[in-house]
Design a protein around this ligand. Structure first.
Ligand code: ATP
Ligand code: MG
Length: 350
C-alpha cells in the first residue's frame, strides 16, 4: 500500500482552508493507503517560540483529525515531538540542503516579514524538518494545500541529493529501492515524494482579501471560517466576505480577475464535492445576495457535525493524549528503523 504522510501545525484555530486543503483529503486517503498524520508541534515553534496554550492546541488539532473521520487504530495519529527521529533526520537534511535552495522559499519570506534578521533559524530551516517528517517514514504521497508545493519540491531535492551523494554507500547495504528520475533508473534510499494538491479549492483565500491565503495566523478572525465557528459566526463571516458588485458568471472563465468570487465559488464546489463549472451552472447570473446564503447553509451543514464532535472529544483530554501516545509509539518504531539505516549509510558507529 502507498504510504501517505501529512502534518498540521498547532498554531491556532483550524479553518476551512486546512479542512479543504488538507484534513478532508486525509480522510479520503485512508481507504487505499497506509496513512500517518501528525500534529507538527516542533514546527509551531518556528514563527513564535512561546505558546501559552500549546497542549490545548495540540489536542484540538488531534480532535479535528478524529472528528473529521480519521481512524487512529487503522492509521497513525501522533504529535511530532514524541518522535525525536524527525529532528535527528532534519539535522542531517540541514547538511544536505544548500543555502541557495532555502533562500528561494517564499513561505520564509512571507513569514519572516520585513525584519528578516529577527526571524528564527528554525523558521529558515522549516522545510528541512518538513522533508524529514515525510522521509523518516519514506512516505511517497503527501496531501497538502497549494501553499506547500514549493516545500515538497525541496523535499525531493533533498532526497535526490542524499541518494546521489551516498549512492556508493547505499548499494552495498542492500537497502535501496529503484526509482526513476525522468527516464533514468536510479538506485536510491529515499523515494521521490508526490504532492497531492487537487480539487476545486487547493488554496482557500482570505474572506477579506482574495489575494491572500486563509491562515491560522492571520490576525483578523473575520478573514477565515474556523472549524469551531458556530452557525452565527459562519453566517456573519460569509455575509461580510469581500466581493465585487457583479453577478456570478455562467462559465469558469468569467471568474478570471475576480479573486473573491473565484474563492467563494471554489469553497462552495469543494464543500459540495462538485466542480466550479457545476456550481456556476447552478448559480450563474445570480447575485451574491442569493449565493452567499446558500454558501452559509452548505458550510454549516458540512461543518456542524465536525464542530460538535470536536467539542465532545475536547471534553476528554485523557483520551486524546492516549491516542497520541499510542500513535507516537508506533511511529517511533518505524522512524527508528529508518534512522538506523541512515546511520549505517552515513557510516556512524552504533
Ligand atoms: P500558519 O498560518 O500557522 O502557517 P496554516 O493555516 O498555514 O497555519 P498549516 O498548519 O501551516 O496551517 O498547514 C496545514 C495544512 O493546511 C497544509 O497542508 C497546508 O497546505 C494547508 N493549508 C493551509 N492554509 C490553506 C489554505 N488557505 N487553503 C488550502 N490549504 C491550506
Ligand atoms: Mg502554513
Amino acid at each position: 500500500k502507498p504510504l501517505v504522510f501529512s502534518g498540521v501545525q498547532p498554531t491556532g484555530n483550524l479553518h476551512l482552508g486546512n479542512y479543504l486543503g488538507a484534513i478532508r483529503k486525509f480522510v479520503a486517503l485512508q481507504e487505499n493507503n497506509d496513512c500517518i498524520y501528525c500534529v507538527v508541534d516542533l514546527h509551531a515553534l518556528t514563527a513564535q517560540l512561546v505558546h501559552e496554550d500549546m497542549q490545548t492546541q495540540i489536542r484540538s488539532i488531534t480532535a479535528a483529525f478524529l472528528a473529521a473521520g480519521i481512524d487512529p487504530k487503522k492509521h497513525i495519529v501522533f504529535n511530532q515531538s514524541q518522535v525525536p527521529q524527525h529532528a535527528e533526520l532534519a539535522w542531517i537534511f540541514n547538511c544536505v540542503a544548500r543555502l541557495g535552495w532555502m533562500n528561494r522559499m517564499t513561505q520564509f519570506k512571507d513569514k519572516a516579514g520585513k525584519d528578516r534578521e529577527q526571524a528564527s533559524l528554525g523558521l529558515y530551516a522549516y522545510p528541512s524538518l518538513m522533508a524529514a517528517d515525510i522521509l523518516v517514514y519514506r512516505a511517497t504521497h503527501v496531501p497538502v494545500g497549494d501553499d506547500q508545493k514549493q516545500h515538497l519540491e525541496l523535499a525531493r531535492d533533498i532526497a535526490m541529493k542524499f541518494n546521489l551523494d551516498f549512492h556508493d554507500k547505499i548499494v552495498p547495504t542492500g537497502l535501496g529501492i529503484d526509482i526513476k528520475v525522468g527516464e533514468e533508473p536510479v538506485h536510491a534510499y529515499f523515494p521521490m515524494v508526490e504532492p497531492l494538491i487537487d480539487g476545486p479549492a487547493p488554496r482557500v483565500m482570505s474572506l477579506k482579501d482574495g489575494t491572500k491565503k486563509m491562515s491560522k495566523s492571520d490576525p483578523s478572525d473575520l478573514s477565515r471560517i474556523n472549524l469551531m465557528d458556530d452557525q452565527d459566526a459562519i453566517s456573519k463571516k460569509i455575509r461580510r466576505a469581500k466581493t465585487d458588485p457583479d453577478a456570478l458568471p455562467s462559465e469558469v472563465d468569467g471568474l478570471k480577475g475576480r479573486p473573491e468570487a473565484d474563492n467563494l465559488v471554489g469553497i462552495y464546489a469543494a464543500l459540495a464535492d462538485k466542480s466550479k463549472a457545476d456550481v456556476l451552472s447552478e448559480f450563474g447570473g445570480q447575485q451574491f445576495s442569493v449565493f452567499k446564503p446558500a454558501l452559509v447553509d452548505l458550510a454549516v451543514e458540512v461543518l456542524a457535525p465536525i464542530n460538535a464532535e470536536m467539542r465532545r472529544l475536547m471534553e476528554d483530554p485523557g483520551h486524546i493524549d492516549a491516542v497520541l501516545r499510542d500513535g507516537g509509539e508506533r511511529a517511533r518504531t518505524r522512524a527508528e528503523k529508518t534512522m538506523n539505516e541512515v546511520r549505517d549509510i552515513i557510516g556512524f558507529v552504533r
